[in-house]
Design a protein around this ligand. Structure first.
Ligand SMILES: [Zn+2]
Length: 241
């Protein structure tokens, strides 16, 4: 989308930041040099107890007519990013990487345990970076949700019996855009793993963080989860009875 840029920042390697995003604003995360993961956590700015649920994000969607329920491996362009109350925090508007939907949405972020257990010494991971970034909001580390790991290439391999950490598919300049469906606090961690796994192709680089204002956006009330569900049923022509 087009629109006035209200914030344009660089997230340097091995660092974290927060941004406040108002309903209708669009957050673009750009992989400036390619192959860099950014772990994202999201909260309702007006109720910090409501926060990202990657599980609901993967599994709560309206199926195509006639299709059976199938929990998905990932989320991608067109999908909602859901909260633990099962209502949308964000909508993914656009992705440029090929294939789209190449993100990690199954696990908690890297942390001191992860590096230490794999012989890399005790050092900060995304968890510690992100915890420091959100502490001014009074959010304790234990209230940080499992993250949406943007650009992480993390396929499940049935034969291997586990997830594979592969190099990201992103090229320099690839981006993803999220539209805020309510006012949000968003925390972003440039993943510092350049020693254990190929998550960042063993080389950490900067990411672009841009917020744009959609001039056409008309602010609307954020519905309570049950009201939102009933509205969605109406929009999809599904009888709530
Ligand atoms: Zn990380």
């Amino acid at each position: 989308m087009t629109g006035a840029i209200v914030e344009d920042r660089v997230l340097s390697p091995k660092s974290a930041m927060t941004v406040e995003l108002h309903q209708g604003q669009v957050l673009r995360i750009t992989d400036l040099e390619g192959q860099q993961v950014v772990d994202m956590a999201v909260w309702n700015l007006h109720n910090l107890r409501e926060k990202l649920s990657t599980s609901y994000s993967r599994t709560r969607y309206f199926p195509e007519p006639g299709r059976a329920f199938r929990p998905r491996m990932t989320v991608q362009q067109g999908d909602w990013v859901m909260s633990g109350l099962c209502r949308p925090l964000m909508t993914i508007l656009t992705e440029t990487a090929d294939p789209i939907g190449t993100h990690g949405v199954h696990h908690r972020m890297c942390n001191a345990f992860f590096y230490a257990a794999h012989g890399a010494g005790v050092r900060d991971g995304c968890f510690e970076q992100l915890a420091a970034a959100v502490s001014p909001y009074g959010i304790p580390p234990e209230d940080i949700p499992d993250s949406f790991d943007i650009f992480q290439n993390y396929p499940y391999d049935v034969d291997a019996g586990g997830f594979l950490v592969k190099e990201p598919v992103t090229k320099p300049g690839d981006f993803i855009e999220f539209r805020a469906e309510m006012d949000l606090l968003v925390a972003l961690s440039n993943c510092p793993d350049d020693v254990v796994a190929a998550a960042n192709a063993f080389h950490c680089t900067s990411s672009g963080v841009q917020i744009r204002q959609d001039a056409e956006w008309v602010r609307h009330p954020v519905l309570e989860p049950r009201e939102w569900l009933l509205e969605q049923l109406r929009l999809h022509g599904i009888d709530p009875e």
